[in-house]
Design a protein around this ligand. Structure first.
Ligand SMILES: Cc1cc2nc3c(=O)[nH]c(=O)nc-3n(C[C@H](O)[C@H](O)[C@H](O)COP(=O)(O)O)c2cc1C
Length: 204
């Protein structure tokens, strides 16, 4: 896919076909995602990948029976792959305690960080995973773990020190059942030229 198409046609998919994602395709997507830049080259993110029937581990925690039937996005439950992304704050503190980084003071602890780079890097990995998947003809939805994160970490064996970044559902889009989320009505902010613009040249 052309880079410009990838950016301009990208949108979230909330209904999937159950068809499995070929192993080679999924591996390519995961491999692309681990190649993102990271602060101090720490690479402090991990992916827990659930395929096929394993995805019920996730839904059993976040949508137990009773809530599941009322869930608006039933086609999301068919997604053949769920990738949960977890960041490792301690890895960044350790990395920034090393001799080439001690001057930064960021090895003192997570409180020293004005910007938590583990969240930045995890976000980079998440976005790259989504673009790589779309480039392979798949649909994706990035969504939060919300306050289910501790229970998900427990069920998936994720160390409790990890910070949840989010979950990516991947699979072929069910083109017959695509609805945008409620937030889409907000529209995109303009690039520049008025008070709602994203770009501020020279001064806010
Ligand atoms: C950090 C983040 C969290 C999101 N959480 C959810 C979510 O919990 N449920 C959902 O349906 N969409 C979620 N989305 C998708 C957004 O609603 C969507 O990206 C936005 O409305 C713009 O639509 P588009 O991505 O299709 O252009 C999330 C997106 C991001 C970046």
């Amino acid at each position: 896919m052309e880079f410009s198409d990838l950016i301009h046609k990208r949108k979230m998919t909330r209904s999937f076909l159950a068809d499995p994602v070929p192993v080679a395709t999924l591996n390519k997507v995961l491999d692309s995602s681990r190649r993102v830049p990271s602060a101090g080259n720490t690479q402090g993110f991990d992916f827990v990948v659930l395929e096929g029937s394993e995805t019920s581990l996730y839904w059993d925690v976040t949508l137990p029976p009773g809530r599941r039937e009322k869930f608006r996005w039933q086609g999301l439950l068919r997604a053949p792959v769920l990738v949960t992304i977890w960041a490792d704050p301690d890895a960044y503190v350790r990395r920034y305690s090393q001799p080439d980084k001690t001057k930064s003071g960021l090895g003192d602890g997570v409180e020293a960080w004005a910007t938590p780079y583990w969240v930045v890097d995890g976000g980079f990995a998440a976005m790259t995973m989504q673009l790589a998947a779309i480039n392979e003809g798949l649909g994706v939805l990035f969504f939060g773990m919300f306050d289910f994160a501790p229970e998900l970490a427990d069920v998936l064996g994720v160390p409790s020190s990890r910070t949840p970044i989010g979950t990516i559902a991947l699979g072929l889009p069910d083109e017959a059942d695509q609805q945008a989320g409620r937030s889409i009505s907000i529209g995109r902010r303009p690039l520049e030229g008025n008070i709602t613009s994203v770009v501020h040249r020279g001064h806010w």
